[in-house]
Design a protein around this ligand. Structure first.
Ligand code: GLN
Length: 588
């Protein structure tokens, strides 16, 4: 039982006859933790997660303890079975929770490792209510949306508050105000604000200001109607953030202010900017950090000396954005190349390396469905490095193998991630070890040489969603290897996994004899987790997803190494240092 499950099971006030049904985790003190709720109106995809994480960061920088949570409206228990094409990438937390990509934004912005306590779906909430009903916990009551389902939501939020000992819990409600599926979340936050008492919660509404090209002016009516809908649900916003492509003008802000009772200084323009990492300073310039501190009455908890240091570190990072004096192109081959959200963490990890190395990284999306060994050279001639990312299924697999063969034979820097690790093993087995039929049983179930096969212990577990190897795991690093250099000579490193298949141990000896080095392994099983080619300038792959743990102030060494190697290849005349030396300098 995890700590949060334990707390969730110890609740008081569950069996009351009173209409004030509101289960509380044992030990919860009302008013200690404050809450900031973030909702969206007009449309989804406004960047609520980005806004909420940036605001949370400003408070964290003041020495406050913050804990974010995302509430999803859908009925799935987690995001594991969602198609990344429809819903963006599946982000995996250290505890193995498969969740929405916004959790990645929170982890990166706040430099925190989150857990399942930071993510809820309607599926989880309802399943918990139904289990309690079967268990007889509601004693003779008819179980209703209000108060029982809303009570469960409040319990989840208060459990997070207690467990994290946060000064402020940031609650992001998925979807848009007006959606049937998240209406009960909005009701739950209204109830919670009432119960916690005045001055303990604040409400932020994100909205959208349209600017139809035919009119050439900003229109705020949709935003006004969206806010009105929120107010009809009993929520008075304290801050309204107006998303728009260009800065929102004073007239539009005034109109929204007068319709919503929100002072003009708290109706702010959140227009597009070059990097999401610039948003914290934008919000700080508007004074939103102190507005929230005042609205929540926590002025006495902030530490301005701490803030000077943490803000200084952050500004050292943001000062480097856009100062690149070199440019390279990394090719990413993948199935979902038409939707960038499907590879959000990889794009972020490359951006972190880009900023750290002052080198603009352009991404070239390569559809591998029509690539063959003959055409690979043509398709890859302009890239300085290549990533084969995580993936599932057969489509494009042979094209990926062809790209990897080209990278291996032509000293093109390569980083393989999960599926990209497996495809690299197959490529090496076929073309170096001479095992012509080498394949993965995911691609050809009855292939003669399944060098990549389903994990023996997973074979027993049936059903999608239940048989993945998920979450953070230790990886033992072979001393003296390239990986050891990347990870600063550490004996082990922690990486996050999400896979069903792995290298079949019976082929390891043959692969190693032919020159492939497995430089990262699981401590307790013969599971190969990192591979490298010592004869190649940068040929690294991992069964894990290092992109999930790359952070703005701590870029991941495997990505820094790739970008540094690509720079060295692109600018031979500059005599740039070896990739591994660069990593040693940058990733301390
Ligand atoms: N499909 C592969 C597996 O299940 C790789 C998974 C991935 O890339 N996340 O092992």
């Amino acid at each position: 039982m995890t700590k949060s499950e334990d707390l969730l099971s110890k609740v008081s006030n569950v069996t009351t006859e009173s209409e004030f049904f509101s289960p509380m985790p044992e030990g919860y003190q009302k008013g200690k933790t404050r809450y900031c709720f973030v909702t969206g109106t007009v449309m989804s995809g406004l960047g609520k997660g980005i806004f909420s994480s940036c605001l949370a960061k400003l408070l964290q920088d003041k020495g406050l303890r913050v804990a974010p949570i995302k509430l999803e409206g859908y009925l799935n228990i987690d995001s594991g079975t969602l198609n990344p094409f429809r819903h963006g990438e599946v982000f995996v937390l250290d505890d193995g929770m498969e969740c929405d990509m916004d959790l990645g934004t929170y982890e990166r912005m706040l430099n925190l490792n989150l857990s399942r306590a930071n993510f809820a779906t309607s599926g989880q909430i309802f399943s918990s209510v139904l289990n309690k009903e079967r268990h007889g916990d509601y004693l003779g009551r008819d179980v209703q949306m209000i108060p029982h389902v809303t009570g469960e939501v409040k319990l989840k939020l208060r459990t997070l508050a207690l467990e994290s000992d946060a000064d402020v819990v940031f609650v992001e409600i998925g979807g848009t105000v007006g959606d049937l599926e998240n209406a009960y979340y909005i009701e739950a936050m209204r109830e919670l604000a009432y119960e916690e008492g005045p001055g303990h919660c604040c409400f932020v509404a994100l909205t959208y200001i349209m600017e139809p090209p035919t009119l050439g002016e900003q229109k705020s009516k949709a935003a006004q109607l969206g806010i009105k809908q929120l107010m009809q649900l009993g929520i008075q916003p304290d801050i309204i953030a107006c998303r728009a492509s260009r800065p929102v003008n004073e007239t539009a802000r005034q109109k929204i202010s007068i319709y919503s009772n929100v002072p003009l200084k708290r109706v702010i323009s959140m227009h597009d900017c070059s990097s999401i990492y610039m948003i914290p300073s934008m919000l700080r310039d508007y004074g939103m950090d102190f507005e929230v501190v005042r609205l929540l009455g926590i002025e006495d908890r902030i530490d301005l000396r701490y803030e000077r240091k943490s803000w200084g570190r952050w500004c050292d990072f943001t000062d480097k954005i856009g100062t690149a004096n070199k440019e390279i192109t990394i090719g990413i081959s993948g199935k979902y190349t038409s939707l960038r959200d499907s590879y959000a963490s990889i794009i972020n990890a490359l951006e972190h390396a880009d900023i750290a190395l002052h080198c603009k990284v352009n991404i070239d999306w390569i559809d591998t469905s029509d690539i063959e060994p003959k055409t690979a050279a043509e398709k890859l001639k302009h890239v300085d490095g290549i990533i084969v990312p995580g993936g599932f299924g057969i489509r494009g697999a042979e094209g990926k193998i062809a790209c990897i063969q080209y990278a291996r034979e032509n000293n093109l820097p390569y980083l393989g991630i999960c599926f990209g690790f497996q495809m690299a093993v197959i490529e090496f087995a076929r073309h170096v070890c001479g095992i012509k039929e080498a394949n993965s049983s995911e691609i050809v179930p009855d292939c003669l040489h399944a060098v990549i096969d389903i994990l023996p212990e997973q074979k027993k577990i049936e059903g999608l969603g239940g048989n993945m190897r998920l979450g953070g795991r230790e990886v033992l690093i072979t001393p003296g290897s390239m990986a050891a250099k990347l990870f600063n000579n550490a004996k082990s490193t922690r990486l996050r996994f999400r896979h069903r298949y792995e290298v079949d141990p019976q082929y390891i000896g043959q692969l190693e004899e032919a020159g492939l080095v497995f430089s990262g392994r699981a401590p307790d099983h013969p599971i190969m987790q990192i591979l490298e080619l010592p004869t190649h300038p940068y040929f690294m792959a991992t069964q894990a997803h290092p992109c999930l743990t790359s952070r703005p102030l701590a870029p991941h060494p495997m990505f820094v190494g790739l970008v540094a190697a690509a720079m060295q290849r692109r600018f031979p005349e500059d005599k740039l240092p070896e990739a591994l030396e660069v990593v040693e300098r940058v990733c301390v």
